[in-house]
Design a protein around this ligand. Structure first.
Ligand code: GAL
Length: 947
């Protein structure tokens, strides 16, 4: 009896995208998500007893995140989204096992439970797990009653969960039940590798572990079959062996495939391996896995190569949450995330900072992304270890076993990461040492010797201490911190595991423009979407583009982050509840930044994007800068039909040159003559800094401009320490008579860049440090002097990747950008001033849905004026009415400050937009009608169908 590939393939595809049941040979696999009851709060272990009365508990369907419904607690810090995720909860479900299952093995597979689940079956403790992001299996066989009702209870408790973002709470990924014969293929026991891949043939090694749980020895044979991407049997072979009672055995076979069709990001061909297990000639089990045939290598000098060619990794980091859905995992929500990232030109995903839902990897295999699969953030409480227990060696082995065994057949996975930004021992007891990095890496290699082991790093000096010797390559987060590793390990590959950490709020523009990357709008608590801002430790997209062009040895960047996520709302960690880092907002609506990436990552696709919006009634007659993000090399801008000139992207970066650049500088701590200052404070590079010693703090730093000059503008880039001191800037013609040009007697917010307009003729300029708090160390990255005000030199790079018209005098009407490439028009884009909103428009991303109970449509809600122009400032509250077989899975609008619940039937627009997410109802088909109403506006409508 053989199941055709098409059946299997069909089964696999529905398993990936919907809930389902399938059974073949001796194995039955069922989705176990339905008909659970849930109680929020601590209960005694009695709640695990079959007799316990749970009739008052809520009915829920998994996956489930109890905290996402809120309410938000505005008083809490925003690092974990201000949602009520901390606490305990109980789940119960009654299920029946048929008489025909007698003598079989029964397994429960949990893809992810946040956190510390304890599983009870019929009142008996059946298993537990600690790390909330890891998949695990519970062997239910000893605890179940055949032919009768069974009760499973799961206690979940997040109280010991440490986190730096919103973790979610509950059984937030799917659960599956597998019932199979006593002789069966082991869980995750299939391991497919491709030891040799050539154009004409590839050898495929298939390892399969078979377990014999019966009381008798068994004579087992295995039929291996490999099917090509078109579903044709490519090769088969058979092998036999006997397995003694209650033991397992590993079978290995090497098969040859002729003219292999490669898996590649452009053409993700998937083969299928099918292993049929015979026990004394009777088919008892079939196990399958897709796999890909590809070659890849990370090189030390030329980045990443896939199938023999260099591929620049255009990657993003993705956290596990899905915005308004919380941690709840739905394959369609994930597929949509990847579709949006793909449209931008992204080809690589880093699963920051934990193992993803397994479907993410199925999707990456199918869609053609490469994956940096990551096990942990830190190795302490964020990894599920409490007060250093269990010991890392034992804990790491167990987690990494599941991590690697589960994911190792995915062609998309190209590296295993053992962690992110783990501090070093002894500074942190739970940090990394050479020994710990070595054993964690070896655990990975034990289960997969074919892929490089990596780690996400952030402390450059780690590379001096041999701590990283055991990993095959490294990733580094921000600001070229990999430079030191490259020096120390010239033969090892490097990835840029986190780049950018740029910040913006979709739709929010305020003038004047931020004049430094850390100049944040403390009143609005939103981040300007002109894309001038990044976190202190990080950079704008443009800076990173330049870096990747310069450092070709790096395999590519993973931007922090593709999507906004719940928690970590830098720079407004107190007030906001979700991040500003995303290239798209929490609902997946693109921010302006999306288009700068798209224009650069997809140079062949037309992108012409104008910003800001064109509704500035309070600025008529004043300037409003206009930026255009395009893959073209130039563009002409028109305002109400008048040309505002054609701009071209600069080929080289031309920053204004400081009068102090590389001029001799001296330092001193008193009145006496100074000594020569090191060149770092005025060498034109913000990667080097001049810092005074802590023991003997310098009182002044002085530069000699060489001759008397007009000094109109002073621009200083300090480091964080500057919070702790004050200063005075003085000018002199002769080096002894000083005139005060500027003073700073307080600290003016979070910006590190301080500028002063001055008006002096001077040869010498000095900065005098006053009032050092807390033994502060005065210093700065760059001290610049100009004859007149200049734009922050940090922004000079923008003109290489964006087109900017800085002096547009605002008048309402129409802005048009016509873009060119190599002298040819490639297209145009128009932005119009909107009138008052008059109508609501609904735009579903999908109209035909599967009645699986897990399929979804994301419906974009927008306000339009009477001419159909989008209203970029609309804040109208919109109410939704749904008729037909669908529920609201969540609503949102991308506002990091909003405390409106995600589970609701209404939402305020945020800068003209909001998102309604609908989910189908299991087994219910028919038309779904959605109405969106808002006071004074024409109602919007959409129709979907579930079938
Ligand atoms: C990194 C860290 C990320 C995130 C990011 C924000 O240092 O690895 O998890 O916190 O900073 O910029």
């Amino acid at each position: 009896m053989r199941i055709s590939f098409h059946v299997i393939r069909f089964v696999l595809s529905i398993l990936i995208l919907t809930s389902s049941v399938y059974s073949y040979a001796g194995r039955k696999v069922e989705n176990f998500n339905k008909s659970w009851r849930f109680h929020l709060g601590e209960l005694s272990e009695d709640a695990a007893s079959p007799a316990y009365d749970d009739s008052e508990w809520r009915n829920v369907r998994l996956p489930h995140d109890w905290a996402i419904a809120g309410p938000f607690n505005p008083e809490e810090n925003g690092y974990a989204a201000k949602l009520p995720w901390r606490g305990a909860g109980w789940y119960r479900k009654t299920f029946r096992l048929d008489q025909e299952d007698a003598g079989k093995r029964v397994y429960l597979d949990f893809d992810g439970v946040m956190a510390f689940p304890k599983i009870y079956i019929n009142g008996q403790f059946a298993g537990e797990w600690d790390y909330g992001y890891m998949s695990f299996r519970v062997d239910a066989t000893p605890f179940v009653n055949i032919g009768e009702e069974n009760v499973i209870a799961v206690k979940v408790d997040t109280q010991n969960q440490g986190t730096r973002w919103y973790p979610g709470a509950g059984i937030y990924r799917k659960v599956t039940i597998t019932i199979c014969e006593p002789v069966h293929a082991a869980h995750w026991g299939l391991f497919i590798t491709t030891p040799e891949v050539k154009t004409e043939s590839a050898s495929i090694q298939v390892k399969a572990v078979v377990e014999n749980h019966s009381d008798a020895d068994s004579s087992v044979s295995i039929l291996y079959e490999l099917f090509d991407p078109q579903g044709r049997l490519a090769v088969q072979s058979k092998q036999s062996e006997s397995i003694v009672s209650n033991a397992s055995s590993e079978f290995t076979q090497i098969l040859k495939i002729l003219n292999p069709q490669r898996w590649d990001i452009d053409d993700p061909n998937l083969y299928l391996a099918q292993v049929t297990v015979f026990d004394n000639d009777k088919v008892v089990d079939i196990e399958t896995s897709t796999f890909g045939i590809r070659t890849f290598r990370f090189t030390a000098d030329d980045g990443f190569h896939l199938n023999g060619r260099r591929v620049q990794l255009y990657g993003v980091n993705l956290h596990h949450d899905h915005g308004p859905l919380g941690a709840t995992f739905y394959p369609r929500a994930m597929e949509r995330q990847l579709e949006i990232m793909r449209d931008m030109g992204c080809n690589a995903i880093r699963t920051s900072h934990n193992p993803p839902a397994p479907e993410l990897l199925d999707l990456c295999d199918r869609m053609g992304f490469v994956v940096w699969d990551e096990a942990f953030d830190k190795w302490d409480r964020t990894a599920g270890r409490v007060r250093g227990e269990p010991p890392l060696r034992e804990y790491g082995e167990r987690q990494i076993r599941n991590f690697v065994m589960r994911d190792r057949n995915h062609p998309s996975v190209v590296t295993w990461s053992i962690g992110n930004e783990i501090p070093n021992q002894p500074w942190s007891r739970e940090g990394k040492s050479a020994e710990r990095v070595a054993f964690m890496s070896d655990f990975v290699r034990e289960y997969d010797p074919t892929r490089p082991v990596t780690i996400g790093c952030h402390i450059p000096s780690t590379a001096d201490e041999h701590i990283l010797d055991a990993v095959d390559m490294t990733g580094w987060n921000y600001a070229r911190r990999y430079a030191n590793y490259r020096k120390n390990y010239p033969d090892k590959p490097i990835l840029y595991s986190e780049s950018a950490s740029a910040l913006s709020t979709r739709g929010f523009y305020a003038l004047p423009l931020p004049d430094s990357k850390t100049a944040f709008n403390q009143e609005a608590l939103q981040v300007n979407s002109y894309d001038h801002n990044a976190a202190r430790w990080s950079d704008l997209a443009d800076v990173e583009f330049q870096l990747m062009e310069d450092d070709r040895f790096v395999g590519g960047e993973f931007v922090w982050t593709g999507f906004d996520y719940l928690g970590e709302p830098t720079p407004f960690s107190r007030e906001a509840r979700s991040s500003y880092f995303g290239i798209v907002d929490l609902c997946g609506i693109p921010k302006d930044r999306f288009f700068i990436y798209r224009s650069y990552w997809r140079p062949e696709e037309t992108t012409i994007h104008i910003l800001p919006h064109w509704n500035w009634p309070e600025r008529i007659g004043q300037t409003v800068p206009v930026y255009v993000y395009t893959n073209g090399d130039s563009a002409e801008l028109f305002l109400n039909g008048r040309s505002l000139g054609k701009r071209s992207k600069q080929k080289t970066i031309t920053a204004p040159i400081s009068l102090a650049f590389n001029k001799p500088a001296t330092i001193g701590s008193g009145e006496e003559e100074g000594e020569d200052a090191p060149p770092d404070g005025n060498d034109g590079s913000r990667n080097t800094s001049w810092v005074s010693s802590r023991q003997n703090p310098v009182k002044w730093w002085r530069v000699d401009l060489g001759e008397s000059q007009h000094v109109g503008f002073i621009d200083i880039l300090f480091d964080q320490e500057a919070r702790n001191y004050q200063y005075r800037i003085e000018a002199s013609q002769n080096g002894s008579d000083w005139k005060v040009l500027a003073e700073k007697n307080d600290w003016l917010g979070s910006t590190q860049r301080m500028t002063h307009e001055t008006n002096a003729e001077a040869r010498y300029i000095q900065i005098v440090f006053t009032e050092l708090n807390r033994r502060a160390q005065p210093g700065f990255w760059e001290f610049c002097v100009y004859p007149e005000r200049v734009e922050n030199p940090y922004y000079a790079v923008l003109d290489k990747y964006r087109l900017r018209w800085m002096d547009v005098i605002y008048e309402p009407g129409e802005l048009k950008a016509v873009a060119y490439k190599n002298g040819q028009i490639i297209g145009e884009s128009v932005m119009r001033t909107a009138k008052e909103p008059t109508a609501i428009r609904l735009t579903p991303d999908r109209i035909k849905l599967d009645a699986s109970g897990e399929d979804m449509s994301y419906i974009l809600i927008e306000a339009l004026d009477e001419d159909g122009t989008l209203c970029p400032l609309a804040e109208n509250k919109v109410e939704f009415e749904i008729e037909g077989p669908a529920d609201i899975a969540g609503v949102g609008n991308g506002n990091p400050l909003s405390y409106e619940p995600f589970h609701a039937d209404s939402r305020k627009l945020f800068f003209g937009k909001a998102m309604l997410i609908l989910r189908t109802i299991d087994g219910e088909t028919g038309e779904i009608r959605i109405k969106a109403k808002s006071d004074g506006l024409k109602e919007g409508e959409a129709r979907l169908v579930s079938y």
